[in-house]
Design a protein around this ligand. Sequence first.
Ligand code: MN
Length: 248
Amino acid sequence: MKQTTRRNFIGKSAIAGIATFIALPALGGLLESFDTAIDTNQSPLKTGFGQQPLPYAYNALEPNIDAMTMDIHFNKHAAAYSKNVKEAAAAEGVDTTKPLEDVLAKVSKYTPKMRNNAGGHYNHELFWKLLSADTNTAPNAKLLAAINTSFGSIDEFKKQFTTAATSRFGSGWAWLIITTDKKLSIASTPNQDNPLMDIAEAKGFPLMGLDVWEHAYYLKYQNRRADYIAAFWKVLNWNTVNDRYNSI
Ligand code: MN
């Protein structure tokens, strides 16, 4: 097997899978002794330039999100963002062994191709982790307290987030973020922008994001974005949101 092929194979399967389960210091040591060309920045909270494997089967989220949508969304749309951000990185002199977050923080200095695809890749890598076949996850006590403080109640939070997702005109994302003054806030961004970008209107660390591009729901829901958003709440993986909040 050629070296580049081997690296791609390891990077996309074994290491990416292990990264989810091993604490970061142990992982860093493992990777250094293994192959220094592999992304060492892939952790639950940092994003590399390659796709991590989808952490469940395409049909795992049925009937809320259908298998064909998941397959096409992951293997066509999201794969293209990853491919294109790597192309942009090569053309614009970006070190892809560093976290993608470094690019997002100064994305205004790069081309529109970088902005669109760095955002697209980051947003989708996060989005897959925010979905789960387990429909019984919930905010932990710490996050729930913060939601109650910021929005009054979990129901009011869901209502406001749903409004942001429903009213985003055209393609984009709705977000729950932590702002720089450590407050929870709801935001939305157009296209593949996100709150980590220096050009974002509302900046912060995204705890959760919802893809409201038509490619995320059209096969099953057609024009009924509101029904897709209602289904999203059923498959939202609150464990991921909790972990991200705990990390701050
Ligand atoms: Mn998408």
